[in-house]
Design a protein. Structure first.
Ligand code: HAM
Length: 414
């Protein structure tokens, strides 16, 4: 977990701005769910054998005995909100976006943190593959608008629950002959969740995985047609995609479409910038009626690292053109009022009201390269006047305080 320092803030502001711009354009509503949820929300939906639930969730028990978790992701909470607020009765689909911190007790390494931040977009209440395509389009556009280049989207279909029963059995049959030579993690997954073996990055497991049966040979006609339509939409949109038959994702709630978006140059680092997919069965896992849905989330820290890598442009803070210098108790008191007046007039002004020496304040004004210094000394404060100094010309003039704003506006214009 780490502090996000002020110098990082132009990147965070840019991400926030683009997420909100796209959210508004595509007509998604913004939601903020609590950081703490009932632990069961995640256990029932991400899967007990998923890495997130099994190893990475921060959990706590309240004095009243409630078992809570710091949210390790935000999709399950969104579905919880959909059910809780009766959104099934609203016009479908319901489109929601969010942005906030999530927590996973992972081994810290490049691009992997224990507290990180996600933005995400979820469309609930439609099974139409056009929704999946639009979300992928939105995800690509978002990264593009942030200046990230060379994007590639990996896609796969996991079929539905029934397709996966057949596929799981085929995987078990296949890996039975290889599992002894595979890593400890894969041996564990073989027992509990054989699909996740396909996700293993260990060199010694890769050979067996490369020849494993592929899900696309096991999915039913409906799921196949859903996937085919999605690919047709992506072709139409000219979105660069790559079929990855081994893309299974780490969370159990997925069905049909799954996707991950990478910056192509850094794909080998296996750090997806954005990941998502369809989760048609998630509502049922929470005990509600079926709600077909699809969405994605992006890791803000990873996206910002990529923005820095490609030297993406971020807006810099506007620089003040005026500096207020003060000397003495009365001047200090008046300074705060003057500052507030400038704020009300929308004129940016720098100051250092906690300093005493005029010279040190003038040095700061110099360093900032302001056009005007406003000097309020003891005499000026008593006489309700102020000195305006043109820093470049070195000329100064004393004027009544009451005329200050008008005079500054005039000089800034010229
Ligand atoms: P996820 O793949 O677990 O999916 O996380 C989404 C994104 O969060 C990843 O692509 C990555 O950018 C970022 N991320 C994940 N773990 C870390 C970490 N430890 N440190 C930094 N960044 C990380 C989900 O969370 C799903 N809820 C996505 C989704 C939304 N599926 C459907 N709707």
């Amino acid at each position: 977990m780490h502090d996000i320092l002020p110098e990082e803030s132009p990147y965070w502001e840019k991400v926030r701005q683009i997420v909100f711009e796209l959210g508004q354009f595509y007509d998604f509503g913004f939601i903020q769910t609590p950081i703490l949820e009932m632990q069961g929300i995640f256990e029932r939906t991400l899967g007990l054998s998923s890495d997130v639930v099994e190893k990475e969730m921060y959990t706590l028990k309240t004095k009243g005995g409630d078992e809570l978790a710091l949210r390790p992701e935000i999709t399950a909470p969104i579905m919880r909100a959909y059910i809780q607020h009766g959104w099934a009765a609203a016009p479908q689909p319901v489109k929601i976006f969010y942005l906030g911190p999530v927590f996973r007790h992972e081994n810290p390494q490049a691009g992997r943190f224990r507290q990180f931040h996600q933005f995400g977009f979820e469309t609930l209440g439609s099974e139409d593959p056009v929704v999946d395509a639009q979300l992928i389009q939105l995800a690509m556009a978002l990264l593009g608008d942030l200046g990230v280049k060379g994007l590639i989207c990996e896609v796969n279909s996991l079929g539905d629950k029934l397709c996966r029963i057949k596929y799981r059995a085929a995987l078990k049959d296949y890996f039975r002959y290889h599992i002894k030579k595979m890593c400890h993690n894969c041996q564990h997954r073989f027992k509990h969740n054989p699909l996740r073996i396909l996700d293993c990055k260990e060199e010694k497991c890769r050979e067996a995985i490369a020849k494993a049966p592929q899900i696309l040979d096991f999915i039913c006609d409906d799921c196949r047609s859903h996937f085919k339509k999605l690919l047709e939409f992506l072709d139409e949109l000219n979105i660069p995609y790559l079929l990855n038959p081994h893309l299974v994702r780490g969370l159990d709630y997925y069905s049909r479409t799954v996707f991950e978006i990478y910056a192509e140059d850094r794909r080998s680092a296996q750090a997806a910038l954005i990941s998502g997919g369809r989760y048609d069965g998630l509502a049922e896992l929470l005990g509600a009626k079926n709600v077909p849905a699809c969405g994605f989330a992006g890791g803000i820290e990873r996206v910002i690292a990529e923005m820095k890598e490609v030297k993406a442009r971020v807006p810099q803070r506007p620089q003040p053109k005026i500096f207020l210098v003060q000397l003495g108790d009365l001047a200090k008191k008046k300074s705060l009022k003057i500052l507030e007046e400038f704020r009300e007039h929308g004129i940016l002004m720098a100051e250092s009201v906690s300093r005493h020496s005029i010279r040190s304040q003038m040095n700061i004004a110099d360093k900032l390269g302001v056009k005007l210094a406003l000097i309020l000394g003891q005499k000026e404060a008593l006489d309700n006047e102020i000195i305006i100094r043109d820093m470049a010309a070195g000329m100064q003039e004393t004027i009544p305080l009451a005329k200050l704003i008008a005079e500054v506006k005039k000089r800034l214009k010229s």
